[in-house]
Each structure stands twice: as structure tokens, then as C-alpha cells.
Write a protein that binds this ligand. Structure first.
Ligand code: ZN
Length: 261
């Protein structure tokens, strides 16, 4: 009797262990320790928090035509649509829910400093060779955050255009740098909110046209004065300041890209 009871207990214990281990793995989607950021729960419509904000920053380039994903920490229909487009673009199951599979792809795409793998803070901060994130109207931290969002949109563009390299010729500019290069006095470059892209394998017009689907509300390219050798993209709609209208401004006439297109 005693022996049998012990045996049964041992068998029960042995069975219980793997079951418990499996249950733990299933319940915790974010076992991966990422150098930048690790999500700890699934995210879907209705959820809110800083983890949503982190997700929104990374899928903002999948906003869809003429649209933007606001980085507001609230997972609404636009965030869900962007997550779906991200999932489709990378061959994942398309359900609009950010879970283990989506996070694994994001971990794979991001470097330890949170930049997407094909873009770096240093190329966004060529500031006329001055370096650093100061000398603009915003704090260095906010400026850098804007540059990060810009890079994730560019990562989406790069993937959308067939994974061909895109080169940034100008990103953040301090006021000093901006006046040196003759930038507009209220240029989005001052806010870390803009990038000038030069053509690689993709033509300037391919870049200008694709930018309309990447959450870029400012696009200037071929046919717009002084934009024959690069495409300027920016996120002016997200730049919430009283003196900037919440607007879209697109002009690359040689590519058939205008604000009404
Ligand atoms: Zn520019």
C-alpha cells in the first residue's frame, strides 16, 4: 500500500512537471530578453499603455495610404490595421494581434539601441558634421525620439521596396546646420522629424510614391524645386505644435505625387 501510494505520487509528480513547464511557456509570450525592449503581454484593440506606444513606434511605417499611426499608447483600429500590414509584409499570421510571432519579428528587426537594423542614429544625426541632438527647438531626448520614429518608417519603406538599401543624406539639423544648408526656417529637419533619401537601387520616384503609404505627411521629390537629387520625407502631422497646421504636404510632380494624390 505504502509503496503503491508513493509510486503513484511519483508518477503524478513526474507528469505534473512537464505540464507546468509547458503552461509557463504558453502564458509568458515574451521569454526573449531583447537588448532594447521586451513586451510582456499580447496587445490588441482596446489595450493601452507604454507597451502599446512602443509597438506603435515600430509599426508607424505601415499606416496605409495618406494615414498615420498616432503614438498615443492606445491600441485602436489604426494600430490594428498597421499591425496587420506589418504581419502580411513579413509573412506572419495576419490577425492584428501583437503576440509572440510579431514580437519575434520586431526583436529580429531591432538593434539594442532600439533603432531598426538597417538604420542608425549616427546617419540620422549628420547635423552638418556637428553631431549631437541639441541645437534644435526640442529637447535632445524628444528630437532623438522623433528620429527613431522616422527610422522605423524608413525600415518599412526599405522592406516594401524589396529590401534594397536606402541612404539618408540628411536627418536632424541643428538651427546652425539648417541655416548653413539653406533649409527652410521651420524645417522638419530641426525636429528630428525628417530625412532626405537618395536613390540606390530604387528610383527617387519609387521612393516618393511609396512614402505615401509609410505614414509620411510631408513628401518633396523630383519636380519640386531643389529636390531633383533626393526625396525629403517627414512626419509633420505628428509634430504637435500650435504653429504648425495638422496637414499633409506632398509634391513630387515628376513622379505624379501631389497632396491630392
Ligand atoms: Zn529635407
Amino acid at each position: 500500500m505504502r509503496v503503491n501510494t508513493l509510486k503513484r505520487a511519483a508518477v503524478a509528480f513526474a507528469l505534473a512537471l512537464p505540464a507546468a513547464a509547458v503552461a509557463t511557456v504558453v502564458a509568458a509570450p515574451a521569454a526573449h530578453a531583447d537588448g532594447c525592449y521586451t513586451w510582456k503581454r499580447n496587445l490588441y484593440q482596446g489595450r493601452s499603455g507604454d507597451d502599446v506606444r512602443q509597438l506603435q513606434t515600430r509599426v508607424a511605417g505601415w499606416a496605409g495610404n495618406r494615414d498615420i499611426v498616432e503614438i498615443d499608447g492606445r491600441f485602436g483600429p489604426k494600430t490594428a490595421a498597421a499591425v496587420k500590414r506589418f504581419q502580411a509584409a513579413y509573412g506572419l499570421r495576419v490577425d492584428g494581434i501583437a503576440g509572440p510571432e510579431t514580437y519575434a519579428k520586431l526583436y529580429n528587426l531591432q538593434d539594442d539601441d532600439c533603432t531598426p537594423r538597417h538604420f542608425t542614429f549616427s546617419e540620422m544625426d549628420n547635423g552638418c558634421g556637428i553631431g549631437g541632438w541639441t541645437g534644435g527647438p526640442l529637447s535632445a531626448a524628444q528630437t532623438k525620439q522623433n528620429a527613431l520614429r522616422t527610422m522605423w518608417k524608413l525600415e518599412a519603406m526599405r522592406h516594401s521596396l524589396g529590401d534594397e538599401p536606402l541612404r539618408v543624406s540628411s536627418g536632424f539639423r541643428s538651427r546652425t546646420c539648417n541655416s548653413q544648408v539653406g533649409g527652410a526656417s521651420d524645417s522638419q529637419h530641426l525636429y528630428g522629424n525628417a530625412a532626405d533619401i537618395v536613390a540606390g537601387n530604387s528610383s527617387l520616384c519609387q521612393i516618393a510614391r511609396d512614402a505615401r503609404n509609410r505614414g509620411f505627411s510631408g513628401i518633396y521629390g523630383p519636380g519640386y524645386p531643389d529636390h531633383g537629387d533626393h526625396v525629403h520625407v517627414d512626419s509633420r502631422r505628428e509634430n504637435n505644435r500650435d504653429n504648425t497646421p495638422n496637414t499633409t504636404s506632398w509634391s513630387a510632380p515628376n513622379c505624379g505625387v501631389g497632396t491630392g494624390d
